[in-house]
Design a protein around this ligand. Structure first.
Ligand code: ZN
Length: 139
């Protein structure tokens, strides 16, 4: 990233860039996604810059999720969606495009055309146990 790169979400947090703010808390800012997947698509970001989850204070991560839950409840009450997805991309391979952690709250409506596609296939128990063991070793 170039040295003069200005994080677009830090620009919004600081007020240098416009946003349709839903709510600001001490740790988080929730605002309407500029390119909404559906009506009411909202982003929740930490006030403090953190590019990736590993850079985020876990306590702030908890507040980010709590705020996402409250935004989801407000979306349900005010817009009446049929469902809601949370989506968080951590890393380019995961689809992260802005390198400041952000939780998408995406209202879902019947036939809205939004797709989160994964080609999942059943793994055998040996493989699942091996993966679980690796994860336990890393915790
Ligand atoms: Zn930032």
């Amino acid at each position: 990233m170039p040295e003069d790169y200005e994080c677009p979400f830090c620009s919004i947090v600081s007020g240098r860039a416009a946003a349709s703010v839903v709510r600001e808390t001490e740790a988080t800012l929730a605002f309407a996604d500029l390119n909404p997947a559906t009506r009411g698509h909202t982003l929740v970001v930490p006030q403090q810059h953190a590019a990736y989850l590993e850079d985020l204070d876990p306590a702030v991560g908890g507040q980010l999720f709590e705020e996402g839950m409250e935004i989801a409840a407000a979306v349900r009450e005010s817009l009446g969606p049929d469902g809601i997805n949370f989506f968080l991309a951590d890393g380019e391979a995961a689809g992260q495009e802005v390198f400041h952690v952000h939780l998408h709250v995406v209202p879902r409506y019947e036939d809205d055309g939004v797709q989160f596609v994964a080609n999942q296939s059943r793994a055998d128990r040996e493989e699942l146990d091996a993966v679980a063991e690796r994860l336990r070793g890393a915790l």
